[in-house]
Design a binder for this molecule. Structure first.
Ligand code: T4K
Length: 371
């Protein structure tokens, strides 16, 4: 029987080492609340990313909320409409108002998108490094610094762990950046996330906020429970140890897809930077027909992030103002990759895509030419 192929199949690191760590956790009877594995993970991530502070959290969504609160963000926040719904929900859930900006052809927030969205009511920008590719960081920094009194700049770096921009690791830009270590992410902790920052005061507030507002044994802030468990930290640490292998497989898969689908437009990665290649994303005409054909043969490709947040029930927004988001929502398709996918599976996926593309070409030809 043909096995189903999924986008987001988790990478599993060294199972033996993970099991040893789980045993250590059980033996120690210290399961959460800043145990040794969470501490070790925070040190490891801070060093890897090159930041002063890493605060491990229970997931990326809550991590964004804590980072925004710790940065003192209020009012309206500019955010791309082309991202996972978590980015917008993180804002709304804590009483902030998302203002949707269009993305550029690179699927990320750039100067133009900001220019249209910015106003005297802007309280912050929440950029998203979609697919692991950085937004126009310098343009966003410039806007955040130069606008009236300036406002916070936070990055949703859920996709960008292990990626760099101009030689500097993602995680150290803006006021804070937030990673996701969800099961579907390149490095995972079942669930999990991390807030990274070089701002000592923001870090101190965030650290208190994730633990009910406690600081030095006293409640100093309104807080929540956003702590990462020891089990998640053990899994992230184990994943990090296999990062090199995961990147190599992702890169091989990405190159193989490109080789087998030469006429197709891929979301590209800058080879001169560090990349995790965790998403293989194409822009393809007749996307829904391609996806249906793939699903019919158990290849569960995903049309992330259709139809764009501006078209989702809680966030209706005039589509006319976001033409690039509209274009991408109509043609983007994420294909299965990661360590669960090998070259033979990629050939299976590509053969289906090529077949549908050929059929589409035949349909668009005059009858005399097709026969
Ligand atoms: N910002 C951005 C830009 C994000 O993309 C995300 C999350 C966030 C913020 C929030 O971070 P977290 O709070 O999640 O840490 C999945 C993930 O649940 C979500 O984390 C991720 N982005 C998003 C891109 O993908 P769905 O709605 O696609 O989940 P689901 O259940 O349909 O699973 C996705 C695929 O993964 C399926 O093909 C099945 C496969 N899968 C999934 C799990 C959990 C497995 O094979 N095994 C598994 O254990 O959102």
């Amino acid at each position: 029987m043909t096995e189903a192929l999924h986008v987001g199949r988790p990478n599993i690191g060294n199972r033996k080492r993970l099991m040893m760590r789980l045993n250590d956790i059980l033996d120690s009877r210290w399961l959460s609340n800043g145990g040794v594995f969470v501490q070790r993970l925070e040190e490891t991530v801070a060093e890897l990313v090159g930041v002063r502070h890493c605060i491990a959290v229970c997931n990326g969504t809550v991590g964004l909320q804590v980072a925004l609160k710790a940065a003192g963000v209020t009012g309206q926040v500019i955010v791309p409409a082309w991202t996972h719904i978590a980015t917008a929900h993180a804002l709304t859930w804590i009483g902030l108002e998302p203002v949707f900006a269009d993305v550029n052809e690179q699927h990320v927030l750039g100067k133009r998108g900001i220019q249209y969205a910015i106003s005297s009511c802007t309280g912050a920008i929440l950029g998203v490094h979609l697919w692991g590719r950085p937004c126009s960081i310098e343009a966003l920094e410039h806007k955040a610094r130069c606008h009236d009194m300036g406002f916070p700049l936070i990055f949703d770096a859920a996709h960008a762990f292990g990626c760099s921009h101009r030689g500097q690791m993602i995680g150290g830009f803006g006021d804070a950046e937030v990673f996701s270590f969800h099961a579907t992410k390149f490095v995972n902790g079942f669930e999990g996330g991390a807030i990274c920052t070089n701002d000592d005061a923001l870090a101190e507030r965030a650290r208190a906020m994730i633990n009910f507002g406690y600081r030095d044994g006293e409640v100093r802030h309104v807080g929540t429970n956003a702590k990462m468990s020891e089990v998640s930290a053990a899994m992230v640490l184990t994943s990090i140890e296999s990062m090199g292998e995961f990147v190599a497989v992702n890169h091989r898969n990405y190159a193989e897809y490109r080789k087998q689908l030469p006429g197709v437009t891929f979301v590209e990665y800058d080879e001169s930077e560090q990349q995790n290649y965790q998403y293989v994303v194409i822009e393809i005409p007749d996307r829904d027909r391609v996806m249906e054909a793939l699903h019919a043969e158990k290849v569960m490709a995903r049309r992330y992030f259709w139809p764009g947040i501006h078209r989702m029930a809680p966030y209706r927004w005039p589509a006319a103002t976001l033409p690039e988001t509209e274009r991408l929502a109509a043609c983007t398709l994420a294909l299965p990759t990661g360590t669960a996918i090998g070259v033979s599976e990629i050939t299976r996926v590509c053969d289906i895509i090529k077949r549908v593309m050929e059929e589409s070409t035949m349909h668009s030809m005059p009858a005399w030419a097709a026969s």
